[in-house]
Design a protein around this ligand. Structure first.
Ligand code: DMJ
Length: 640
């Protein structure tokens, strides 16, 4: 008779009744052995990766690297402002890897979900392929990191994480204290924005005391919502979802330069509007922003119709008639203005496919490359009719500043292809180092202005951006002058910090001087004001990212406290007229660059390095990050 059969997990076993006692014991031992073997195997998997389990693990890692979103639910990256009063607003806070065009509102009730998602995101970051670290480089210097075919040196590269991951919001720091500081900056942005929204919506800037709009001459008589455009990317990066959506709607429906019948500044329109819109295009992939930038830049083109192709400073968008400022060395063009178009115009040509923008800036480049330079230096004025220099005043501050910045950054933005820009930058910095960088009696490094071969031992607040520029240049170029340039970058940033802490308010003056009796302090009353400028915190941010020296974060925090103590008013932030007086009068202007630059740099200073990574983005002079060709997949998007 056939034995009755039972079934366990699909396998046939003899039924109970047919098994004798001895056989039962043998069967039990067999089952136990199978169980013990299975458990042991599971625990040993990490050590078995060199075999077939390794392949499974590798596939998992690659899937993670290639598309974290496949394995991890995509979170909304927003930090949302809750409540009507921005002062008392509660911040619902979480980080994330951003996805194009999505600023979904997080559900504030699903806090546990957020926690869970955040943990997953953190976990996903640790699963990224680990770079292989070699103990010593061939030259015996720093250890070399080999990662995906690239060699990185930890002391000279910002980070060694997966370069294909672009993080554009979230990006919290690991430390509690730093996260709190960043939240404070975010609250400041909320305060500035909400009051602009309430009292000056659509106007260029807010007057936070008289609660009116402020329309500076640089935008003619037109109300162009300068604060909205300047703030768009900051709102996005900080995760102010609803605010961003409202600003976006206004921009796409109302921003219109074509009917502006007064003179507007070509430079300011480019850095704030064209630059700001291009950044939002890059961040969101929404071509409507690029189309707006294109529309505005088209209106600037007649400014280039000069005998040399050096654009006029001002343009009437309606008539297309351009002109220069009378006060500028007999109607000359200004170095920092015609020299600060390159990043936006070359990107615009790539994004739109229209070569005209690149042609315009290449002509500007040709003129500055070929013109003889006195001692290798660039005067601040150039006659756009004759192509000759005007007064030989040189400065890394007002009238010169961002021309130098854009030489370096054009090289960076091009994915280091624009070798012409590299050469011009290196030569210009050599000349500046030789002729204009000086040390004060007590050893403070500064970059002096120069007038007809005579130094004027004064440094503008505007020139304080150059600490960051020299450091970024050293980091980027890796040439024989890199160490010297890094020292200059650190030295100038230190001096700018001194100009802050030597004032009663903890904020730096518009210009400060060096003489036998004076160091890093303003002399004249018209040098004592502070108008919410970003340059000093900009350098703290760059130096922090490149050196990881904590003092830059400490200095940034000092600036936050000083801004809160002396510039914050009930309805926004105002500049002050005298940094040496703790009861200074206010100027009643909330500059749009407070939202575009000062607060953005402070926020990033207290964020993880991967948020708007310096490997992927280059900041235009209004702090609008533009993607770097070749290393940022957000450089170009499908049109939609
Ligand atoms: C900004 O508009 C830009 O940073 C520009 O390059 C210089 N001036 C202001 C900020 O101070």
């Amino acid at each position: 008779m056939a034995a009755k059969m039972g079934r366990i997990a699909g396998l046939a076993f003899p039924s109970r009744r047919t098994i004798k006692l001895k056989e039962r014991y043998i069967f039990l031992i067999l089952v136990l052995t199978v169980i013990v073997f299975s458990i042991t195997t599971i625990f040993l998997i990490p050590d078995l990766r060199s075999s077939s389990a390794d392949k499974v693990y590798q596939v998992y890692v690659h899937v993670q690297n290639a598309a974290p979103d496949i394995l991890i639910p995509q979170p909304s990256s927003a930090n949302e402002l809750v409540g009507d009063n921005p002062d008392k607003a509660e911040l619902v806070h979480w980080g994330g890897i951003n996805k194009h065009g999505q600023m979904d509102e997080p559900d504030p009730h699903l806090l546990s979900d957020k926690e869970r998602l955040k943990k997953k995101i953190d976990a996903s970051e640790t699963i990224l392929e680990k770079p292989k670290v070699q103990d010593k480089a061939e030259d015996g210097e720093a250890p070399v990191i080999k990662h995906r075919g690239h060699e990185l040196r930890p002391d000279s590269d910002v980070d060694n994480t997966d370069k294909s991951v672009v993080i554009t919001s979230g990006g919290e720091d690991n430390e509690d204290d730093i996260r709190k500081k960043r939240d404070t900056v975010k609250q400041m942005m909320a305060h500035a924005w909400k009051n602009y929204e309430e009292y000056a919506w659509g106007g260029n800037e807010l007057r936070p005391i008289s609660l009116k709009t402020h329309n500076p001459g640089i935008f003619g008589a037109a109300q162009l919502g300068a604060t909205i455009i300047d703030a768009l990317d900051t709102l996005y990066i900080m995760g102010f979802t609803k605010e961003f959506e409202k600003a976006k709607q206004w921009t796409l429906e109302n921003l219109n330069f074509s009917s502006v019948g007064s003179d507007i500044s070509v430079f300011e329109t480019n850095i704030r509007f064209v630059g700001g819109l291009l950044t939002v295009y890059a961040l969101t992939g929404d071509y409507a922003f690029a189309a707006k930038a294109d529309e505005i830049a088209q209106l600037l083109l007649p400014a280039f119709n000069t005998p040399t192709g050096i654009p006029n400073a001002l343009i009437n968008a309606k008539t297309g008639i351009g002109k220069n400022y009378n006060w500028a060395s007999g109607g000359a063009a200004i170095l920092s203005e015609f020299g600060t178009l390159h990043l936006e115009f070359s990107y615009l040509s790539d994004v739109t496919g229209n070569p005209v923008y690149r042609e315009k800036i290449e002509q500007v480049r040709k003129v500055i490359r070929e013109i003889p330079k006195p001692n290798g230096l660039y005067p601040n004025y150039l006659n756009s009719r004759t192509g000759k220099w005007g007064q030989t005043h040189m400065s890394l501050g007002a009238l010169g500043d961002s021309f130098y910045e854009y030489l370096l950054k054009a090289y960076l933005q091009s994915g280091k292809e624009d070798s012409d820009a590299r050469t011009l930058y290196i030569e210009a910095m050599e000349a500046i180092d030789k002729w204009m960088i000086r040390e004060s009696r007590s050893g403070l490094l500064y970059v002096s202005d120069m007038k007809y071969e005579r130094l004027e031992h004064k440094m503008d607040h505007l020139a304080c951006f150059s600490g960051g520029m020299f450091a970024l240049g050293a980091h980027t170029l890796h040439d024989s002058s890199a160490a010297r340039h890094m020292d200059i970058g650190k030295g100038l940033t230190n001096t700018c910090h001194e100009s802050y802490i030597r004032s009663e308010t903890g904020l730096g003056p518009e210009a400060f001087r060096f003489s036998d009796g004076l160091e890093a302090r303003a002399l004249k009353s018209n040098e004592k004001y502070y108008i919410l400028r970003p340059e000093v915190v900009e350098s703290y941010f760059i130096l922090w990212r490149l050196t990881k020296d904590k003092k830059y974060r400490e200095w940034g925090w000092e600036a936050v406290q000083a801004l809160e103590a002396h510039c914050r008013v009930d309805h926004g932030y105002s500049g002050i007229k005298n940094v040496y007086n703790i009861n200074s009068q206010k100027d009643d202007v909330q500059q749009s660059f407070l939202l575009a630059e000062t607060l953005k740099y402070l926020y990033l200073l207290f964020s993880d390095d991967r948020l708007i990574s310096l490997d992927q983005w280059v900041f235009n002079t209004e702090a609008h990050p533009l993607p770097i060709k070749g290393s940022n997949p957000f450089y170009l998007h499908e049109k939609r």
